[in-house]
Ligand binder design. Structure first.
Ligand SMILES: Cc1cc2nc3c(=O)[nH]c(=O)nc-3n(C[C@H](O)[C@H](O)[C@H](O)COP(=O)(O)OP(=O)(O)OC[C@H]3O[C@@H](n4cnc5c(N)ncnc54)[C@H](O)[C@@H]3O)c2cc1C
Length: 400
């Protein structure tokens, strides 16, 4: 039950605001740290223990919006050494055999003025979660309840509940919040490989008719593959021996790439478009994949989740300063998140539809779009700003 503190009517700094965060995945863990940074006391609960939370085998592509949030939370200098930066993003439409390279010069003025040495960064889930949980463990304002289901305490006064409990969110269901869900005809296979033909400072997005294929640098000529294809094909690839997998991979990639070794067990995950019909109800906010899910094209997923956290952080600080009644925090959060969520889901969906299509009608349009982007730097800057800071970058960077 969420309390209704009266002190906010007087707009005095609020002492002792308390939140419970349900779910300690990358979104919930960062949301807990953001709330603590904003001066709140936080309970972070997850049925998984710390080891299971860290164990997942995946890597994320972080963009400028995630870097900015980590900087604001004083986590960037701590996390950056674990990340692999890339300063070249190669887009290659194999349907029209046309490619396009984004470089540091294509970052916008705000990003360039910070002398950014990278367009984006690749980070491994296990290393990231280990750091976040370590930081949470050493934060005075956090109580960690990992490895068991949270036991609700009706006596406990809570100012806010944050549901970061993933795409099948039990909290979303309990609150009766519906969602629109549409599976893509594709699934996504992830694997780590040793590869020749790509440099350690390059990330690649290959646009193939069976789906987008990302090649992300992990350093020392190792790359994380995010291979979108029909679900049955992904499951079949997942079950192959290492040598058979490498053969299929070599056949799927353009000739310039030569896979040498498979370094982990390939895994498939379902890809879907999901958006909750509301982002808050009864003092509970949905953040991360409990509220939305998009196709991994362009590596938007976790960055979009962390932009939820960025807005939560700004609003939680205002509540701490007595400038915002926590009872109004949910509505303020919803108003600020809808434009970014809808636009990002729309843009990723359009990219998948247009670039996975075999329709001959679209081929000249794709050629034209890539040609214009290659020719005009302002267009490249705009496209890169959308990819690295989100479609509502101006709104997101507005001070609260
Ligand atoms: C198999 C798989 C592989 C993936 N690989 C990649 C990849 O390679 N690159 C990439 O960018 N993205 C990948 N993704 C997507 C990425 O993992 C998500 O974008 C990201 O995990 C979203 O983070 P989240 O914290 O919002 O949700 P989640 O990571 O799903 O975390 C939700 C947490 O809530 C907890 N929880 C569930 N129920 C409750 C409850 N009742 N109370 C409290 N806690 C609860 C869960 O235990 C979990 O820890 C992958 C997804 C899957 C499923």
């Amino acid at each position: 039950m969420v309390a209704a503190p009266s002190r906010f009517a007087r707009r005095v700094p609020a002492a002792g605001l308390v939140a419970r965060v349900l779910g300690a995945g990358p979104t919930g863990a960062l949301a807990a740290l953001a709330l603590v940074d904003a001066g709140w006391t936080v309970e972070l609960c997850d049925p998984l223990d710390a080891e299971a939370l860290c164990r997942r085998q995946r890597a994320y592509a972080f963009n400028q919006s995630s870097r900015e949030l980590l900087e604001r939370l004083d986590l960037w200098t701590w996390i950056e050494p674990q990340l692999v930066p890339f300063d070249e993003l190669q887009l290659w439409d194999l349907g029209v055999q046309q490619s396009l390279a984004f470089g540091l010069a294509d970052l916008n003025r705000h990003q360039a003025s910070k002398r950014m040495a990278a367009i984006g960064w690749i980070g491994r889930h296990d290393e990231l979660m280990t750091l976040l949980l370590r930081r949470l463990g050493s934060s005075a304002g956090v109580s960690l309840q990992l490895g068991s289901s949270p036991i609700p305490d009706p006596q406990r006064r809570l100012d806010l509940v944050i549901a970061a409990d993933g795409p099948d969110s039990p909290t979303r269901r309990r609150l009766g919040i519906g969602c629109w869900r549409r599976p893509y005809g594709q699934a996504c296979l992830t694997a780590t490989v040793a590869l020749r033909g790509a440099a350690d400072n390059q990330a690649w997005e290959l646009l193939r008719s069976e789906g987008p294929f990302a090649v992300l640098p992990l350093g020392a000529q190792r790359f994380q593959l995010v291979w979108s294809a029909p679900a049955a094909r992904c499951r079949q690839l997942e079950s192959l021996s290492a040598s058979a997998f490498l053969d299929r991979l070599a056949a799927a990639l353009p000739d310039r790439f030569q896979p040498d070794a498979l370094l982990d067990q390939p895994r498939t995950f379902a890809v879907e478009l999901l958006i909750a019909q509301r982002l808050h109800r009864q003092g509970t906010l949905l953040v991360g994949e409990s509220a939305h899910r998009c196709h991994p094209v362009g590596g938007q997923g976790l960055n979009l989740c962390w932009r939820d956290v960025a807005v939560l952080h700004r609003l939680a600080r205002r509540a701490s300063r007595g400038e915002l009644d926590p009872r109004r925090l949910g509505a303020a959060y919803g108003r600020r998140r809808w434009p970014d969520l809808l636009l990002t889901l729309l843009v990723t969906d359009l990219l998948v539809r247009i670039f996975s299509s075999r329709s001959p009608v679209l081929l000249p349009l794709r050629r034209l779009a890539l040609g214009l982007l290659g020719r005009f730097q302002p267009l490249r800057r705009l496209a890169l700003a959308v990819m690295t800071s989100g479609p509502c970058a101006i709104q997101a960077s507005r001070p609260e």
